[in-house]
Design a protein around this ligand. Structure first.
Ligand code: WTA
Length: 639
């Protein structure tokens, strides 16, 4: 079996075979790109995408905003589909969760026709360029069809994670003022039918949504004038839709993500810049060629699903595989079986999944050969050495590089990682900045720290083409979150250090954002959800390390007058399910009499965290109620 890596002086590097097949295999690329990043990206944009009109200016910066390929015109959908027509290639493989249900394969031609038809359905409903379309769908082919249809007509898609609650969907619909929502009857999860339509119906009441298009997953069709059946509408529509010509700097999609404040922000991504970064990062990080089958396990409700489960592989004319269900259903061999059966060549997942499989034991992976795999990827949180090692040996069979990619919803595409043809692949180290981008580590005053010192990871100008273009209708939040602390640098809110070889190690978030099983959540968002309950006086949520999920939220709650009980604990967990979704449910709730606060009334979550992880809390002198600490200590020790 081909070995794609080799060990030299204690580190893993690409093998000769990998160098031979790699799009980039010479580390001179970094220096070349560095000389003139704008020119570099200009060349990539020209080479990688089909443009209707060349841009007038490649990069315009007026901080805190900047634009790529200004004046350029293109259509994103054309870049994903039309240019690959006639190659008789599979674009999508969909694996439904029920083992007995047959996988669906769509060629580029078939996908193109369905996308055109659905674009015509949207047009018939009055959806126009720049209108927001809300999408509340699981991992099924219709999700991709719907999203691409939006891009064909220049509508802005706003995808909401299917495991989010009705309330969460409503808030996102209201922010984007969508007139059309696309959802499904539901989906299969661990052999059970998860119902989506029910939640969607509740969410749309009192919102701008006029039409709801429903994918019938379990066979029941909707009817009426407000609720339309996806398939029926598709059948009636014309099979060609002329693509709209879109300005490069026009918004292509919004995706909501958690920040330090309570309400999720709508991250705005443009068309040309995003497409350029999605195309090239997918191509170079995963060495995608047209005969590759890429499986990115992320749900489309998150940015990784957008860029690498859907768009990156399609822009490159490769095949993307998506899976509806749970990784361990009907048994923990399901994912591995999918890889072998479908000859997946590139596999991209999150450390939390790897840790879960480690726990299931090696017997579940032993049966599989993984001989089709060439490249493994990881994303979403720092990967620990044990998980890296297991992934490398048990899945990669010690022959595939692991590409540890650092990036964010805001960055649109990956930014820090090793390239498969260049290396090195070092456990727990993400790697170098993608060619043509630059990150440095600064102290709290924005001054560059010494090599090897930990500090705040920031991005330098010119900012990468895939970067966000603002927070949807919220200029203030955009400035406050990303530009207030370091002014001329984009603030990632991650900690990191950079060694002498320019290798970057990410140390984790420096704000109140946590990663629970790879999902991005904010403590304030959870507190808001808990505080919505009438019985709660106040609450504080802190993340603590968890062996599999990376982090889990723990809630400290002060009740108004009720006595703590298990029933109340259940009720409050349900409250979080209702407000955000089960993904955010606190793993433990402690009912306390008071929360440790400073004189100015600030809740000291740092102290709560120290108590939870068994450290001696510092800074008790600043508290107005130091007694609370002893009290909480006792409560924790009892539970
Ligand atoms: C974290 C996910 C360490 C980081 C694409 C970042 C990582 C946040 C890595 C963004 C990695 C992502 N190593 N940490 N390889 N990748 N992160 O918006 O804290 O869901 O700021 O985007 O995930 O999460 P988001």
């Amino acid at each position: 079996m081909t070995k794609y890596i080799t060990k030299k002086s204690g580190k893993y590097w690409p093998s000769k075979e990998m160098k031979k097949i790699a799009w980039v295999n010479d580390d001179k690329i970094y220096k070349q790109a560095d000389k003139n990043p704008v020119k570099f990206w200009e060349k990539l944009a020209k080479e990688g995408l089909v443009w209707k009109k060349q841009w007038d200016k490649a990069y315009v910066e007026k901080l805190p905003y900047f634009q790529w390929f200004k004046g350029g015109k293109l259509n994103f959908c054309v870049n994903c589909l039309d240019r690959h027509l006639g190659k008789d290639k599979t674009a999508l493989i969909w694996i439904p969760e029920p083992v007995k249900e047959k996988p669906v394969k769509l060629s580029y031609g078939e996908l193109h026709e369905k996308v055109c038809k659905f674009a015509n359905v949207l047009k018939k409903l009055g959806v126009k360029k720049k209108d927001v379309v809300a999408i509340y769908l699981p991992m099924i082919p219709e999700t991709l069809i719907t999203m691409l249809a939006c891009t064909r007509i220049g509508a802005i898609h706003s995808v909401v994670f299917s495991a989010f609650s009705s309330d969460a969907l409503k808030a996102r619909i209201q922010d984007g003022k969508a007139k059309v929502l696309i959802t499904s009857e539901g989906y299969y999860r661990r052999g059970k039918k998860e119902l989506l339509l029910k939640k969607a119906k509740k969410a749309v009441t009192g919102t701008s949504v006029k039409k709801i298009i429903v994918v019938s997953r379990f066979g029941k069709k909707v009817s009426g004038t407000k609720y339309l059946d996806f398939q029926k509408e598709l059948e009636k529509a014309d099979s060609y839709c002329k693509p709209e010509i879109i300005n490069s700097e026009d918004t292509m999609f919004i995706l909501y993500t958690s920040g330090t404040t309570g309400k999720p922000k709508g991250i705005v991504h443009d068309t040309g810049g995003y497409a350029t970064q999605a195309y090239w990062t997918a191509k170079w990080n995963f060495n995608l060629h047209e005969n590759d089958i890429m499986w990115c396990t992320a749900d489309v409700g998150w940015i990784t699903g957008h860029t690498y489960a859907f768009y990156g592989p399609l822009l490159n004319g490769a095949t993307t595989l998506i899976f509806e269900g749970s990784p361990d259903f009907p048994n923990p061999g399901r994912w591995w079986d999918i890889i072998d059966k479908n000859k997946v060549t590139v596999f991209y997942t999150a450390p939390t999944a790897i840790r879960m499989f480690m726990k299931f034991g090696d017997r579940w992976v032993k049966k599989y050969k993984f001989s089709s795999l060439k490249i493994l990827g990881t994303v979403g949180e720092p990967i620990d050495e044990d998980a890296w090692d297991w992934y490398f040996k048990k899945i990669g069979k010690s022959r595939c590089p692991i590409i540890d990619t650092w990036w964010q919803t805001e960055t649109g595409g990956t930014l820090i990682n090793a390239l498969p043809g260049i290396g090195p692949f070092i456990p727990t180290v993400a790697g170098k900045c993608f060619p043509g981008t630059k990150h440095i580590v600064v102290d709290k005053n924005g001054k560059k720290v010494k090599t090897g010192k930990t500090g705040n990871l920031v991005q330098c100008s010119p900012f990468a083409p895939g970067m966000l273009h603002g927070v949807y209708k919220n200029h203030k939040k955009y400035i406050e979150t990303y530009w207030k602390r370091f002014k001329k640098y984009y603030d990632t809110s991650d900690g990191a250090y950079i060694d002498k070889q320019n290798q970057i190690r990410i140390t984790g978030r420096t704000d109140d954002v946590m990663k629970v099983a790879g999902h991005r959540l904010a403590t304030a968002e959870l507190e808001n959800a808990i505080n919505e309950s009438k019985i709660v006086s106040e609450s504080a949520v802190v993340p603590v390390p968890h062996k599999i999920k990376g982090e889990v939220p723990i809630a400290f709650i002060v009740l108004k007058k009720h006595n703590p009980s298990e029933a109340l604990e259940k009720q409050l967990k349900k409250q979080v399910d209702k407000s955000i979704g089960p993904t955010a449910r606190p793993s433990k709730i402690y009912f306390v009499k008071q929360l440790p606060k400073t004189r100015s009334g600030k809740i000291m979550r740092r102290i709560l965290k120290a108590l939870l992880v068994g450290e001696e809390p510092k800074g008790l002198m600043t508290l107005v109620n130091p007694k609370s600490v002893e009290e909480i200590k006792e409560i924790i020790s009892k539970k």
